[in-house]
Design a protein around this ligand. Structure first.
Ligand code: SIN
Ligand code: FE2
Length: 219
């Protein structure tokens, strides 16, 4: 408990590099329950506004297969995929601008990374019952020296991490609502994915499901 208070002070000082993560998964830091329940609730409300302005869509991969996760984004760029492949778009596929990134997420980004640079993209992934995400690298951004911050909300998700190459050992950990993962430094390009969710394990979203938001510097 004492340690958590001490850490909160360091977070305020923008010196998260000095804060020990609660767990590491193959060297990837995981901050358990960093976002408290009240903050999770208000963030969900902010994300509802984002989804209202920029509706969730089902990305399709180059093979033509639909992903089970639905997505949308906030920020200057949004991540998109169709038969032509993965890319960032400056507008929602409907042609409307992406909404702004909720301020509480920007605050979390600055506090946890210590960076003054803002993220360009807040990708919102929505996992309903049965949704999952195969192992992949986040490598559609221009400069991998910027971190990716990932926050989980709602139902638990089994997060799997491998290596910076496709092969080799992988390990998994259940991410719960409020948990934050940072992909940075020599772990920025690790292969990762979500094997499954525990549908309705959390009461945060009335209809169940898991939200994952990632903050990224794109351009
Ligand atoms: C992602 O890799 O884009 C999502 C990871 C997660 O849902 O935790
Ligand atoms: Fe990813």
């Amino acid at each position: 408990m004492k340690m958590r208070v001490f850490c909160a002070e360091l977070v305020k000082m923008n010196a998260i590099w000095a804060v020990k993560p609660d767990v590491t998964l193959r060297g990837v830091p995981v901050y358990k329950g960093l976002l408290k329940p009240a903050a999770q609730k208000s963030l969900v409300m902010a994300l509802r506004n984002v989804v209202q302005a920029a509706p969730l869509y089902t990305p399709v991969v180059a093979s033509g297969k639909a992903m089970s996760v639905r997505m949308t984004s906030a920020g200057r760029f949004g991540w998109f995929s169709d038969r032509s492949g993965y890319r960032y778009l400056a507008e929602h596929p409907s042609g409307t601008p992406w909404p702004g990134i909720p301020p509480q997420l920007l605050k979390l980004w600055h506090q946890l990374t210590g960076l003054t640079r803002e993220p360009d993209c807040c990708l919102i992934n929505f996992y309903s019952e049965g949704a999952k995400m195969g192992l992949h690298q986040d490598r559609d951004e221009a400069d991998f020296s910027w971190p990716v911050l990932s926050l989980s909300l709602g139902d638990d998700g089994l997060f799997r991490v491998g290596n910076t190459s496709r092969s080799g050992k992988t390990e998994s950990l259940w991410l719960s609502s409020g948990d934050v993962v940072l992909l940075q430094g020599d772990k920025r390009l690790v292969w990762h994915g979500v094997d499954r969710i525990r549908y309705q394990s959390s009461g945060l979203l009335p209809a169940g499901g898991r939200i994952n938001v990632t903050l990224r510097v794109v351009a």
